[in-house]
Ligand binder design. Structure first.
Ligand code: NCD
Length: 306
């Protein structure tokens, strides 16, 4: 296993199964540890640089840092910064690293986090690089599966929705391929997962693609739903054609195994009917809490506090 102190979190592909298991174990322990040592990250500063909208990811990194006694510098309004004057990402990173021990970055361009990691002397945590990856989301998704189902090995997992532009499912498919799972990719034809991610997962596990949940709904353990990523469509007419293509309703849930669960990275728009929120299978709000724990664990690890 590679040392975590000072490590960048750019892509799931940089993590082995042992690394991921270690993160899951640390996440298990952090809840208790934060109560015993609320000053674990005292004197450490985390800069949050977000060039795209966010609620959960931004607030959960802030909350994670604060619960462990650290400071947060938040720059999530690029219009109020020198970016508006034309400063490029590498210069921004070179500057911000003087103020912080770790930088959490969300940026619309693929490759942005990798570029930032190359220029920065402090660890970079990728909180979303365009439609490419969202590795910390995949880590919290794994943690949710482990906590809620007992184990990740042996699960049958369906990823439903916008698998083309959804960065969470790209990172999650890579992460799940390190476990003994069966992966079903369910999407309209136009939103199939990019071949590079499918092929990567197929090298290690069984992956099947469908256009509807019907053939597999009765056998899956985890249904991971995503919204259509409207903001990534070059042509609004293309989005209009796909809007409402799939929807998880009480009827869908009724066909699932009684102990199967539904996850969602959120935000949800119209792909999950409101009645599903109250059903015991819906675990997306618990997933949010597990996200806080996962980010506490990740910050403590890369800042070398454990
Ligand atoms: C996701 C994202 O930003 O990719 N949100 C999140 O971080 N939980 C999913 C999405 O926006 O659909």
């Amino acid at each position: 296993m590679k040392e975590f102190r000072g490590r960048d979190i750019v892509s799931i592909a940089d993590f082995s199964r042992r690394d991921l298991d270690y993160i899951l174990k640390t996440t298990d322990e952090i809840e208790d540890l934060a109560k015993r040592k609320p000053d674990l990250l005292r004197g450490k500063t985390c800069a949050i640089l977000f060039f795209e909208p966010s609620t959960r990811t931004r607030l959960s990194f802030q909350a994670a840092m604060q619960r462990l006694g650290g400071f947060v510098l938040d720059m999530s309004e690029p219009r109020a910064s020198s970016i508006e004057k034309g400063e490029n990402l590498t210069d921004t990173i070179r500057v911000v690293q003087n103020y912080a021990d770790v930088i959490v970055l969300r940026h619309p361009l693929e490759g942005s986090a990798r570029l930032a990691a190359e220029v920065a002397d402090v660890p970079i945590i990728n909180a979303g690089s365009g439609a490419e990856e969202h590795p910390t989301q995949a880590m919290l998704d794994l943690y949710t599966m482990k906590r809620e189902m007992g184990s990740i090995d042996g699960l049958k997992v369906a990823l439903l929705g916008d698998l083309r532009y959804g960065r969470t499912v790209h990172s999650l498919a890579s992460a799940l391929s390190l476990y003994n799972v069966k992966l079903y990719l369910v999407s309209p034809e136009a939103l199939r997962m990019r071949r590079e991610f499918v092929e990567l997962a197929r090298q290690r596990i069984e992956v099947q693609e469908f256009q509807s949940l019907d053939p597999i709904i009765k056998e899956i353990d985890v249904l991971y739903v995503t919204r259509i990523q409207k903001e990534r469509f070059a042509d609004p007419a293309e989005y209009a054609k796909l809007k409402g293509y799939y929807k998880v309703t009480a009827e869908t849930v009724g066909k699932m195994k009684p102990n199967a669960i539904i996850m969602h990275p959120l935000p949800k728009v119209d792909e999950v009917a409101p009645e599903v929120d109250l059903m015991p299978q819906a675990r997306y709000f618990k997933q949010v809490y597990y996200g806080l724990l996962t980010r506490m664990a990740l910050l403590a690890l890369v800042l070398g506090a454990l």
